[in-house]
Design a protein around this ligand. Structure first.
Ligand SMILES: [Zn+2]
Length: 297
């Protein structure tokens, strides 16, 4: 992250080196900047105010554990619809899957039921332990740095030339150095393999409402302390391009979308949230920003 500086003109983008970012807003101790060069939006707070970005909200983990069978069923529905797209991107049946930040591992369980071989790497020790208790093939490691070598050195991964698919959902916005994580993903994929990422859409309906609400401490999808980087189609594409991916296909959808939505959103009991998601679909301002891309052959 760029460091907080009283003069925004002196700020340098830690992603692309661009200088003099646009100051989008100042709210309480939060300043939000957009890099002129790469379009990345990042928030800066006074050091003692909210602390460093944390991996995720604990209530989200609890939901994953307490609703595991329902999440597996819902992820299986999503996966059945996504599978033709994965096959098309991979140009073969994807067999080897790596998930980064899998939470309880419900997506992995669904993949296993489709006959895939799946491993998850989880940064949160408590969540990793709980996923293992649910008998998921999860290892605990700090994926914001280098991926553990044992992930890349199993016989089946070596024989395949790497993973067919690397998947991470609602993770990249928590990582302070996304480019470093994406370089690791590129190294973990086989040539022609596919990455599937989703993050909150800074230009989506929920983000727009937060930009307009001056009482909100957050701005768009900058939500301290959880999300200090926000993406839109353009900046996410630029990030993947810089990292070396090709065939980059960003798109947006509602969180409740029946193909690329999020299982926990689709299971939400909140009629208010479902109304917002339906409206976001009608307005083409979906909150879920996803991207599919290939590692070059
Ligand atoms: Zn930049």
């Amino acid at each position: 992250m760029a460091t907080l500086d009283p003069d925004p003109a002196k700020l340098t983008c830690s992603f692309c080196g661009g200088t003099k970012p646009d100051l989008l807003c100042t709210r309480a101790a939060l300043q939000v900047f957009r890099c002129k060069r790469c379009g990345i939006v990042h928030g800066e707070t006074a050091k003692d105010d909210v602390g460093p970005a944390v991996p995720t909200d604990p209530s989200h983990f609890a939901f994953g554990v307490n609703n595991f069978p329902e999440l597996v069923a819902e992820n299986s529905n999503l996966l059945a619809k996504r599978m033709p797209m994965y096959r098309s991107m991979c140009k073969s049946d994807p067999k080897l899957w790596l998930e980064i930040g899998p939470g309880s591992g419900a997506y992995g369980e669904a993949i296993s039921r489709f006959g895939g071989s799946w491993v998850g790497v989880e940064i949160d020790p408590d969540m990793a332990r709980r996923a293992m208790e649910l008998r998921q093939n999860v290892m605990e490691a700090d994926f914001s740095g280098e991926l553990p070598s044992k992930l890349l050195e199993s016989n089946e991964v070596r024989a395949n030339g790497g993973y067919d698919v690397v998947y991470f959902s609602q993770v990249l916005e928590h990582v302070t150095n996304p480019e470093s994580l994406l370089k690791n993903v590129l190294a973990a994929l086989r040539p022609g393999g596919t990455v599937h990422i989703d993050v909150p859409n800074h230009d989506g309906l929920t983000g727009m409402l937060r930009k307009l609400n001056w009482k909100s401490f957050g701005f768009g999808e900058i939500v301290p302390p959880h999300h200090m980087i926000a993406y839109n189609k353009k900046s996410l594409r630029a990030l993947l391009q810089r990292t070396g991916f090709e065939n980059i296909q960003p798109s947006t959808c509602a969180y409740s979308d029946d193909t690329f939505g999020l299982a926990h959103a689709r299971l939400s009991q909140s009629s208010q949230l479902h109304r917002i998601w339906k409206l976001s679909r009608a307005l083409r301002l979906g909150g879920n920003l996803l991207v599919l891309a290939n590692k070059p052959n």
